[in-house]
Design a binder for this molecule. Structure first.
Ligand SMILES: Cc1ncc(COP(=O)(O)O)c(C=O)c1O
Length: 387
């Protein structure tokens, strides 16, 4: 039966599944695999967040459809959080929409704004939904290579005018997954100017704004003058508050785009579960030392991997943010061949860079989602395997 629609071809890189299958095969054979592949946090939400969720879950009036952009408490909490963290003022009535994870927003935004034949500019390497969402909506992709020599920023001057004229939106993401790169404010200003000139929308994925190290603080894209005229930003509670399974995030910025997303979502889903919105309010409005502790834990983990690799002669950059290490393949193998060896010979599962796009070839991504003792063990196993 040939029932699959062509648009399905844009979905889910087979490579992720292959890596996970390899891990499962090794585990089924009784081997201990240190899994550093998927970026699902291993740390827990702070107790006050869990308590709020439990309490709200006991209230039987919280089980109906929520049917809204977000409760007024949720929208106010997001507005306050944005103002406190980034000095960005948002109107809770028009400029904020709750999401069932930023994945929800990234997957569906294309359906609101893309007509067949429109171009969407996406980073390569990039987080897979950046491409899959627009492709499903019928967009043509223009892949912007992110190269180390350009600080992992797209070379905006290299994009042809004919592409820019057909561009409907551009997705950028700093701090970046998988590259762990950060962007200077001047880059955002350049993007804003380009988007104004060619009248396209900019979507900035800001999922890792709080996983920052060594005193680094990123700017919100929306803090750049003129950004709100052409842009939205998405943030998620998944990584910042270790709430990935709760599926709660938000899109903020340009009111027209937020309204379109709201219209689409009011047809597609019935809102985020009340107890989860309440837990999100507790997270956003409560004490923020849990966020600092999470970031500090990732910083210590970063140091174990990067220092450990550098000591064995594998030169790896030390990132200022995110929960990933982007490391060049230290052998003559492709990234897929190398990670296959790593799973089989070292018992360490990571993702080949090519899973994030052709410009990811030659690299691997390591997710810092295991405690320090396991990461130290991973370094030791890799050292033996390479040595
Ligand atoms: C860059 C980026 N954006 C979005 C997401 C999805 O996050 P959420 O759990 O909010 O859907 C991830 C998850 O890893 C990510 O790395």
């Amino acid at each position: 039966m040939r029932i699959q629609a062509d648009r399905m071809q844009g979905l889910a890189s087979a490579i992720f599944t292959q890596v996970d299958d390899m891990r499962k095969t090794e585990e089924a054979a009784g081997r201990d695999i240190i899994t550093l592949s998927i970026g699902s946090p291993d740390m827990a939400p702070a107790p006050h967040i869990i308590d709020t969720l439990i309490e709200a879950s006991r209230d039987i009036t919280n089980y109906g459809y929520t049917l809204s952009r977000g409760t007024s408490d949720f929208l106010r909490a997001v507005a306050n959080w944005y103002q406190e963290k980034f000095g960005v003022v948002l109107n809770p009535e028009t400029e904020i929409h709750s999401l069932m994870g930023s994945q929800d927003g990234l997957a569906h935004l294309g359906l609101c704004v893309v007509n067949p034949g429109d171009i969407v500019l996406v980073p390569d390497p990039g987080y897979p939904i950046f491409s899959a969402g627009p492709l499903v909506a019928g967009a043509e992709l223009y892949r912007m290579p992110l190269k180390r020599e350009n600080g992992y920023l797209p070379d905006l001057d290299a994009i042809d005018e004919s592409v820019l004229c057909r561009a409907k939106f551009m997705i950028i993401n700093y701090p970046n997954n998988p590259l762990a790169a950060v962007a200077p404010r001047e880059f955002f200003a350049k993007v804003v100017a380009l988007a104004h000139k060619y009248q396209f929308l900019v979507v900035h994925d800001f999922a890792y704004s709080e996983l920052v190290f060594d005193g680094y603080r990123p700017d919100s894209f929306l803090s750049v003058p003129g950004a709100k005229d052409i842009g939205i930003e998405m943030h998620s509670l998944s990584k910042t508050y270790n709430m990935a399974g709760c599926r709660v995030a938000f899109a903020v910025g340009n009111a027209e785009v937020i309204a379109m997303l709201g219209r689409l979502k009011s047809n597609f889903d019935y809102g985020v579960f009340y107890p989860i919105q309440k837990a999100a309010v507790a997270a956003l409005s409560g004490p923020q030392d849990c966020v600092r502790e999470t970031a500090a834990a990732y910083q210590r983990r970063r140091d174990i991997i990067v220092d450990g690799f550098n000591e064995m002669g594998w030169k790896v950059d030390k990132p200022l943010a995110s929960m990933y290490i982007w490391a060049p393949v230290p052998t003559k193998q492709t990234s897929f061949e190398f990670i296959t060896d790593l799973i089989k010979r070292a018992g360490v599962a990571v993702v080949p860079g090519v899973a994030f796009g052709e410009h990811g070839e030659g690299y691997i991504r390591i997710a810092l989602v295991q405690p320090e003792n396991r990461l130290k063990e991973a370094v030791e196993r890799i050292k033996k395997c390479l040595g």
